[in-house]
Design a protein around this ligand. Structure first.
Ligand code: DX5
Ligand code: ZN
Length: 219
């Protein structure tokens, strides 16, 4: 069985102590840094932009998993490549020409991710799955950390896993929103490969230990 990954979402970090929190992730058993970019248009919230990511990048030692919750993401693909993103995820709902966006991300040297909102069917990826490195299934409506996990996500993971096996692609399934130690095992048992966790990690008493516990649950 392939290795299961944890990607702490910095959205829940203490922005006054970003370097400290990035270094905590560096020292922990986490695998990726998950960076949420929100434009206030695609989602009703604004997070952080390029200057902040540039500063974060100076301290990160693990791959940068950048989740763009912005309209017309094609405009910024090269900017995020220059900033050092390793995985760049765009929303299916924000791309008029998804296939073109995926090619552009890969040509810029990054892994290509596609995020699906809770209402978006996994079947819409039938004709692009071979071009996608990571499918990010949103298990909350994007825009905010700390929301409750949407149970229908399990059903979507099972369907997506079937599609990936059928098409024989190496696509990873990432779950984003409301992940905690209670649902983590079920998620990987259904076929998830990467778990994003924001509040559950950063609002806990000992984030390093919480990451270690999550890893142990899904190992
Ligand atoms: C939500 C973001 C998530 C968020 C997850 O729009 O995409 O990455 O940070 O936060 P939690 O784990 O608190 O649901
Ligand atoms: Zn995210």
């Amino acid at each position: 069985m392939s290795k299961k990954l944890i990607a702490p979402s910095l959205l829940a970090a203490d922005f006054g102590n970003l370097q400290r929190d990035v270094e905590m992730v560096n020292q922990s058993k986490a695998d990726w840094h998950h960076i949420d970019v929100m434009d206030g248009v695609f989602v009703p919230n604004i997070s952080y932009g390029m200057p902040v990511i540039k500063s974060i990048k100076k301290h990160t030692t693990k791959p940068l998993d950048v989740h763009l919750m912005i309209v017309d993401p094609d405009r910024y693909i090269h900017t995020f490549a220059d900033l050092g993103a390793d995985i760049l995820t765009v929303h299916y709902e924000a791309c008029t020409h998804l296939h073109r966006s995926l090619q552009a991300i890969k040509s810029a040297g990054m892994k290509a991710g596609v995020a699906l909102n809770p209402h978006t069917s996994i079947h819409l990826l039938e004709d692009t799955i071979q071009d996608i490195d990571v499918v990010c299934l949103m298990s909350v409506n994007p825009g905010f950390g700390g929301q409750s996990f949407i149970e229908n996500t399990y059903h979507k993971i099972l369907g997506l896993k079937k599609l990936i096996n059928h098409k024989k692609t190496a696509t990873l399934i990432e779950i984003d929103g409301g992940v905690n130690a209670k649902n983590a095992k079920n998620l990987v048992d259904c076929g998830a490969d990467v778990l994003v966790a924001g509040s559950f990690v950063f609002k806990s008493e000992n984030p390093t230990q919480t990451i270690q516990n999550l890893k142990a649950v899904i190992a």
